[in-house]
Design a protein around this ligand. Structure first.
Ligand code: OSB
Ligand code: MG
Length: 368
């Protein structure tokens, strides 16, 4: 890969409706779009999924930009690589900052796939032509949650995830279960419980949830292993898995029976692939998490979710779940609950540069 130029844009767009968790309510989304251009003029795209404030992980849009500009791009400039899988090792000189690393690393994967005249899905070994689509309902109002669930089921989604905390858990889960008895329903706690709330989590066992995501501390692996033994509902870890080693330990300790893989959270596609392979070998189902993303990250997620271990519909919804208009063409659409995997090279979606520029609030370019 002979990279000539890297361009960073910070884009900002309002969400169609607020996304509420017990931690934060997101109304506007900022993200970094990374564009890498090779000597032949081919371009690869990645998306930095850190939020404007550090409520989900410690990174922000600004810390990611700083890491990219002052450390990651200079590393790549001084040590050119031949394959995107080499980026993880190169970037390991820098501690953490996984979303910043993944933003650049995923752009390199898109570019490499285009250089090889392959779709990203086929480059990484994906075989399927479509993937099942799941959607997240994130509101503190129960009537609103019911309305949104009805609406998404009408649109064909295969699986619904709701956000819970000890304040609303039984109320939301029991009501949704009553109204939608056969719905594939799961609940994401985003670390809102402690060991003292074990009785509340046990009470949720009777509602047939697919899983409970990240009940305890965002950085915990040990305590989850104790409560998983007490629950029949599988625990899925999200925030706790930021590396391959975390996934290995969580599975060895029995801290979860399902793993949510997010490319940004684990520092790139290479590590996401490693976690997938390990989980597949251990018989642990995985699914692809979401980050309220624009189309570029969504496209990378679609490619990842074509791998055989992704047996549960991920938080990969259509572009219209969050956006009036996305920055890719065509937009991601959900038909009969499935998303078609594009056959075009790389991520398989075109970036609409006019829309990208219209939504950009900051831009900077770097020659390599
Ligand atoms: O915990 O999975 C999460 C969104 C932002 C940050 C964390 C999470 C989420 C979601 C929504 O649950 C995923 C999506 O629809 O993009
Ligand atoms: Mg989660």
């Amino acid at each position: 890969m002979k990279i000539d130029y890297i361009h960073l844009s910070i884009v900002k767009m309002p969400l169609k409706s607020p996304f509420a968790t017990h931690l934060e309510t997101v109304t506007d989304r900022e993200a970094i779009i990374v564009e890498v251009t090779d000597r032949d003029g081919l371009q690869g795209y990645g998306e930095g999924v850190a939020f404007s404030s550090p409520w989900y992980t410690e990174e922000t849009v600004k810390t990611s930009f700083h890491m990219l500009k002052d450390f990651l791009i200079p590393l790549l400039k001084n040590s050119p690589i031949n394959h995107p899988a080499e980026a993880t090792e190169l970037f390991s000189k820098i501690r953490r900052n996984h979303m910043a690393k993944a933003a650049l690393e995923t752009a390199l994967w898109d570019l490499y796939a285009k250089e090889q005249n392959l779709s990203l899905s086929s480059l990484i070994g994906g075989k399927v032509n479509s993937i099942p689509s799941g959607v997240v309902v994130a509101t503190s109002s129960l009537p609103e949650a019911i309305k949104q669930t009805e609406n998404y089921l009408e649109q064909g989604y295969q699986r619904v995830k709701i956000k819970i905390s000890p304040k609303n858990d039984i109320e939301f889960v029991s009501e949704l279960r009553k109204r939608f008895p056969s719905l594939e329903l799961m609940a994401d706690a985003n670390s809102s419980y402690t060991m003292k709330d074990l009785h509340r989590l046990k009470a949720l066992d009777e509602y047939g949830l697919l899983m409970i995501e990240q009940p305890l501390g965002h950085d915990d692996i040990i305590d989850h292993s104790f409560i998983q033994k007490e629950l029949t509902t599988p625990i899925c870890l999200d925030e706790s898995i930021v590396s391959f080693e975390d996934a290995r330990k969580a599975i060895q300790f029995g801290s979860c029976r399902v793993v949510n893989i997010k490319i940004g959270r684990v520092g790139g596609l290479e590590t996401a692939l490693k976690i997938h392979d390990f989980c597949l070998d251990k018989g642990i189902p995985v699914w692809c998490g979401g980050m309220i993303e624009f189309g570029i990250s969504r496209a990378h997620n679609i490619a990842l979710a074509t791998l055989p271990g992704f047996t549960i519909p991920g938080d990969i919804s259509g572009s219209n779940r969050y956006w009036e208009e996305d920055i890719i063409e065509p937009e991601v659409s959900v038909r009969n609950g499935y998303i078609e995997v594009p056959k075009e090279h790389g991520i398989g979606f075109k970036v609409n540069k006019k829309k990208l520029n219209k939504k950009a609030i900051f831009k900077e370019g770097f020659c390599l």
